[in-house]
Structure formats: structure tokens, C-alpha cells
Design a protein. Structure first.
Length: 418
């Protein structure tokens, strides 16, 4: 199986797909899958554009709306995670994952899927300590603070990923695992990006939760983006343990290293994106403690053992099949002939894919719960008795996490999330 890895998409789907087509022709090869490591920017219309946390001068419809509307179809199965420049209102509709457009699959705020027999996991967003232990309290339309915090990684999503026991083949994150520069040529990195020097020396460049996931999951491949540069590293887990090949990539621009093709042994195709049985099991076990308030989250797992949950999920998938639910458009797409429509849609929209997913697992819909109603919401969530204690405490924060490094060098001294 040949998999294309792309760094930050920034909405330039047309350019990336055209590059892959040209590469196939020149190399006389066939690409089976495209993975994007965040800043995908699934902007469907002008309302989505308002939920995109970028300076006004960078707000552009780009090309995703064509694929959402059906004007264009992705020529390769595409799986992406979220970064820190996203149409967050749309991704919140698909919190558990789902088709953002035909043949374009969002992995969710955290998630695992199978492509053929390859297991692909991912974590959306970037790490920021001051929001890490809180719940997902943000609701569209977002204010000036929530439009930033919505994409900050939450401990709840990391904890779910930490429960994975079956081998993961590929993991993708937007920001780099903390300390990853120690396993590659960091001297060359600093020659190209000297403004990383302080963070590298202080060992504060990257995400601590991602580093913990790397140590726990030990996948053969880990791909990231965010810092707009190419950086390879090889991590040996223990003296005789497995090896992880790490690669960070740039964003889609001419003469930039934003694309890499990897070949992975797999069963013969054709390949399809399928639900992952273990991940659905974990989702079902932990949904009773899904945190939707500003309070620090209390993690609760259903008392029924994982094996029993997994057998329940296996029976469900056996009866229904493992394919994700079909794509459904939930809002009007951008129309270049009517660039300023008379009406806009604000607030949360229930996505039929998400509703069907939760019905499959027999779980309640909580994405539009009123975040201010802490007492009533929490009492409905924390019904089980088994409490899991937080173990991911990190006093370090990343000063540069909201900076678009290549576009806004003057912002390097600005902490947008303070």
C-alpha cells in the first residue's frame, strides 16, 4: 500500500491532489491513500470562514467547498485530523469522526480507523496546558477566546487513546511529540529555523500528551505538521523494543517539502475506510464521562469490562457492517456566483452521521449540551462508579503554538492564547 503524507493543507486540496496526480504519472505508480496532518481547513461557506482562527488577510475559501458541494470529488481516499487553523464549527459536528466530504474522512478530535488491514490513529488540535484538563465547553458561534481554545487538546481524548492495546500502524498529530528533536538532526533544524532554539534547548518544543502517546502506542510510523518544516527522526523504544519512524512535513507551497510517499506492507486491495472495533469499544466505555463543561474533567469508565464491551461492538458491526455512515451535507455550500448570501447559519448543527454513529453505539447526543449547565450535565454523565484519575500533568506550555510560522514571523513574540 502506498500512502501519501501531507503536512498542513490550508485548504489547498486542488494543489495537493494535482501534485499527487503528476507524481503518479511521472513515477508510474498508484497512490492508495492520502493522510493530512492538520490545518486542513474544511471551509464549506462564509459562515465556516468566520470560525477559522486566522487573521482576516488569510481568510480565503480556497478549494474544499468544491468537494463538499460535489463540484469536485477527491481522487484519493483522504483522512485528516484537525490543527489550529480549522473551520471548528464543522469539525465539532463530526467530533467522533465522519465524512467531511465524499471520499474525505475526518478522524475526529481523537480516533482510529482501519484502511484495509492498516490501523490509523490520530489526535486533532494542539497542546495548551491551561485548557488540557477542562471539558469541551466551547459552542458555536465562538467568541474571541473560544475560537482558540476549541482546538486545544483535551485530556479526555488523550486518555481514550491511551487505552488502545492492539497495535497501531500509523499515528498522526498536528504538533510534534515533546522531545522528538532529540532523535533527529536538531542542529540542522536550528540552522533552518533558528527561532526554535530556545524551545529546543529548554525541551519545551512539542506536546507532552503526544509524547506520552508515542511512548505508549509505539507505532511504526508517526507523522506531524504544524511547524512548517520537514524533520525526520527515529525513536528506539527501549534497548530491544520497536522503532518509530517520525516525520514532520511543511505546508503546501511551491518548493516546500510538504509531501512524502511511504510504502507499507498490507493485504491486497481494494482498500476502504472502516470503523475500528477497539476504538468503538473505548468510545462506548468512556462516553459516560464525556466532559462538556469548563470544569476539570472527571474520567469515568463503564464498570462492564472491556472484553464484554468489545464483544457487544463486534456483534453490532457484524450485523450492520464496518463502513462509516454516508456523507450528508448539513449546510449550503459556498456559491461563487453569490459570494454574499442573504442568510447565514449560526450555532450548532446536528450532523446525521454523528447521530447515526451514536445510535449505533446506543449513546446519548451531547455535542449541543449547554456548557454553562454544569450541575445538570455532569450529573447525567458521571453515572458509573469506577473513577480513573488524571495522570497527565504538565506545567510547561508552548509559547509558539498559535503562530503561523512562515506567514507571520512578527508574531513569534506574541502568545495568542494568554
Amino acid at each position: 500500500m502506498k500512502i501519501a503524507i501531507e503536512g498542513c493543507m490550508h485548504g489547498d486540496l486542488d494543489k495537493v491532489y494535482a501534485t499527487l496526480k503528476r507524481l503518479e504519472e511521472e513515477e508510474k505508480t498508484k497512490i492508495d491513500l492520502l493522510l493530512c496532518c492538520g490545518d486542513f481547513q474544511a471551509v464549506r461557506n462564509l459562515n465556516d470562514l468566520e470560525s477559522l482562527n486566522v487573521k482576516p488577510k488569510y481568510r480565503s475559501m480556497n478549494s474544499f467547498w468544491k468537494y463538499y458541494s460535489g463540484q469536485a470529488v477527491a481522487p484519493y481516499p483522504t483522512i485528516f485530523i484537525g490543527g489550529n487553523h480549522e473551520a471548528s464549527n464543522y469539525l465539532w459536528e463530526l467530533y467522533y469522526g465522519g465524512w467531511a466530504a465524499p471520499n474525505i474522512y475526518f478522524l475526529g478530535f481523537a480516533g482510529v480507523v482501519k484502511f484495509g488491514n492498516i490501523r490509523i490513529g490520530g489526535l486533532s488540535g494542539i497542546f495548551k496546558q491551561n485548557h488540557y484538563s477542562l471539558g469541551h465547553f466551547e459552542r458555536p458561534p465562538y467568541n474571541e477566546s473560544d475560537i482558540r481554545s476549541i482546538y486545544h487538546v483535551r485530556e479526555y481524548d488523550v486518555l481514550k487513546l491511551m487505552q488502545i492495546e492492539e497495535p497501531i500502524d500509523i499515528f498522526i498529530s498536528h504538533d510534534w511529540p515533546l522531545g522528538i528533536t532529540e532523535y533527529g538532526n536538531w542542529q540542522k533544524l536550528l540552522r533552518e529555523k533558528p527561532f526554535f532554539k530556545e524551545e529546543v534547548e529548554k525541551r519545551s518544543l512539542g506536546s507532552r500528551p503526544a509524547a506520552e502517546l508515542l511512548a505508549k502506542l509505539k507505532p511504526p510510523y508517526w507523522f506531524s505538521a504544524h511547524l512548517h518544516c520537514k524533520f525526520p527522526a527515529i525513536i528506539q523504544h527501549g534497548e530491544d523494543g520497536p522503532v518509530t519512524k517520525f516525520l514532520a512535513l511543511d505546508k503546501c507551497l511551491p518548493r516546500r517539502k510538504f509531501l512524502q510517499i511511504v510504502e507499507i506492507e498490507s493485504e491486497p486491495g481494494p482498500f476502504e475506510i472502516h470503523f475500528d472495533e477497539e476504538w468503538l469499544t473505548i468510545t462506548r466505555m468512556f462516553n459516560s464521562s464525556f466532559p462538556v463543561t469548563r470544569r476539570s474533567a472527571r474520567f469515568v469508565a463503564e464498570q462492564l469490562g472491556k472484553q464484554a464491551h468489545q464483544q457487544w461492538v463486534r456483534n453490532k458491526l457484524s450485523a450492520r457492517g464496518p463502513k462509516p455512515f454516508e456523507f450528508v451535507r448539513t449546510v449550503p455550500s459556498y456559491d461563487p456566483d453569490q459570494p454574499h448570501p442573504s442568510t447565514t447559519l449560526d450555532g450548532h448543527c446536528r450532523n446525521p452521521q454523528t447521530e447515526a454513529f451514536l445510535q449505533l453505539l446506543e449513546l446519548p447526543y451531547l455535542l449541543d449540551a449547554v456548557a454553562q449547565s454544569n450541575t445538570s450535565v455532569e450529573s447525567s454523565l458521571h453515572s458509573a462508579d469506577a473513577h480513573l484519575h488524571s495522570s497527565y500533568i504538565n506545567d510547561e506550555s508552548i509559547d509558539l503554538d498559535d503562530v503561523d510560522y512562515m506567514d507571520d514571523m512578527e508574531e513569534l513574540t506574541t502568545n495568542e492564547d494568554a
